[in-house]
Design a protein around this ligand. Structure first.
Ligand SMILES: Nc1ncnc2c1ncn2[C@@H]1O[C@H](COP(=O)(O)OP(=O)(O)OP(=O)(O)O)[C@@H](O)[C@H]1O
Length: 474
């Protein structure tokens, strides 16, 4: 749960300082700032309302900041406290930090310094609260809003952990990065994040891989009338369209370099300039990014900026590929059979009992999207009775059940056969593998290899001969 709705609490016995600090914060987008001139009111206030961060004076009558610090740390361990004092002594500063202070500012405090400290404190506080909630949720295996995930058909524990993580992080103002191979359902997750966020504005999605830098600025930031030739009318960008809502930047791993800098600025400053305008606009849209690329690899290749990656990955989820959650196959099969039957206006066919076993040997490089297409095609070809396995068999054999290049065989080490052959092997695959292996270990001696294989030398010789004859010369 994000702490954005909670107040920033300023505690100081000097009214002037309270007023000045409050004005600085209000003028910079902090809508909820509470001032307390009597330090004794702080703990009861926190117990009733909570806070996103506290700015605390040290020397106050009745209850000093130094007395309060350990009490706050004990009762509200995730709450960051910024100490703001006239005492410029290293020893005091060290004592405060030891007692749990998040930062130490010496009066008079420059407004930029106060703002950056409060912004950091709020961010850290939010993350630490999220972490505590996440631990709690995982320990209790709890899901508070299962309805947000109703479009995602699954029976997988890995997916449930992703749901739990998103429940906690969806309300934060930080961007969320959703990664996963093509067709795993990233768009569905992005919609679930929007629903969970409680934001009332629009959900807007855009594929940024298709945009060059000019188009990126124009599409996201909009333009002023007359900003460039042909700009006869002003254009509202997608950030404005998604104000108070969510903007999904899909295929973020393919975003061009120049636009990456603009996006980083947008995320850091939360403001942007429409094309042709020098008046900054506040961005009120929550950003979700999705990609099927490996962003770390893109960084190593120099195609994705490090600073943008680290800005995006505060909240990051990886949606597991279908082959890592084969327990989803029966549910998805049933779901897509019903969907296909409804769409094609026919009776939902009954799948043969062995179909799930056949599907389990496939590695689904196109993930759920591929599976959905397979089922729809089978239902379209279905002529009555029990659903034919033939269509599924053909697709699996034709695909060679090969893995996408980004996922090498080692990643499937939990299934030794798939790990060895890249798919569930045919008898012929196994036979050829065994013959080659035996010949290798026997140093090319057919007699020894035949003994190892438990067949006669003649049989081995015949099989090898046959294979050589069938091999297409390269
Ligand atoms: N768990 C699921 N339950 C039901 N439908 C799903 C599930 N996962 C994916 N789908 C369906 O599979 C299709 C592909 O999903 P989606 O477009 O969200 O994938 P993606 O991860 O965004 O892919 P890409 O990286 O190619 O954009 C959609 O039709 C989606 O509705």
């Amino acid at each position: 749960m994000s702490n954005d709705h909670l107040p920033i609490v300023l505690v100081d016995d000097e009214e002037n300082i309270l007023k000045a600090s409050k004005l600085i914060l209000l003028g910079n987008g902090y809508g909820n700032v509470v001032t307390l001139s009597d330090s004794r009111a702080l703990l009861p206030f926190l117990a009733e309302h909570g806070a996103a961060a506290i700015v605390l004076d040290l020397f106050m009558p009745h209850q000093s900041g130094l007395d309060l610090l350990p009490l706050i740390a004990e009762r509200h361990p995730d709450l960051p406290v910024i100490v703001m004092t006239a005492v410029d002594e290293t020893e005091t500063a060290v004592n405060c930090m030891k007692a749990g202070a998040f930062d130490y500012l010496v009066k008079p405090v420059e407004s930029g310094r106060l703002l950056s400290s409060v912004a950091k404190a709020r961010e850290i506080g939010s993350l630490s609260q999220e972490l505590s909630s996440l631990k709690e949720c995982l320990l209790e295996d709890r899901l508070d809003h299962p309805e947000a995930f109703s479009a995602i058909v699954t029976d997988s524990k890995k997916m449930r952990a992703v749901f739990q993580y998103l429940e906690i992080t969806a309300r934060s103002r930080q961007p969320i990065l959703i990664t996963g191979e093509t067709g795993v359902g990233k768009e569905l997750f992005s919609r679930a994040v929007h629903q969970l966020s409680g934001l009332k504005g629009n959900y807007v999605a855009v594929n940024v891989a298709e945009l060059d830098d000019n188009m990126f600025s124009d599409t996201l930031f909009g333009h002023r009338k007359g900003a460039f030739t042909g700009a006869d009318q002003p254009r509202e960008g997608l950030i404005a369209k998604a104000a108070g809502g969510t903007l999904l930047l899909d295929e973020i791993g393919d975003l061009n370099g120049a636009s990456q800098i603009k996006l980083l600025r947008l995320l850091q400053e939360r403001e942007y300039y429409p094309v042709g305008s020098d008046v900054a606009r506040k961005s009120e849209a929550r950003i979700v990014c999705a990609t099927n690329r490996d962003l770390r690899k893109r960084m190593e290749e120099g195609k994705f900026r490090n600073d943008l990656f680290y800005r995006l990955c505060t909240h990051q989820v990886r949606i597991p590929p279908l082959r890592e959650r084969m327990e989803d196959i029966p549910l998805l099969l049933d779901h897509f059979l019903a969907l296909a039957a409804q769409e094609l206006e026919r009776k939902k066919p009954t799948p043969p009992a062995e179909l799930v076993t056949l599907l389990a040997v496939h590695t689904f490089p196109g993930n759920v999207r591929e599976f959905q297409a397979m089922v729809f095609d089978a239902v379209a070809r279905h002529t009555g009775g029990v659903l034919s396995m033939e269509n599924f068999r053909r697709v699996i054999v034709e695909s060679g059940a090969s893995l996408p290049p980004s996922h090498p065989r080692e990643s499937l080490s939990d299934d030794p056969l798939v790990s060895l052959f890249g798919r569930f092997p045919t008898v012929r695959d196994v036979e050829e593998y065994l013959f080659d292996e035996a010949m290798k270990r026997a140093g090319g001696n057919q007699g020894i290899a035949a003994t190892m294989l438990g067949i006669t030398r003649q049989t081995l010789n015949k099989r090898l001969q046959l294979r050589n004859d069938n091999e297409v010369p390269s």
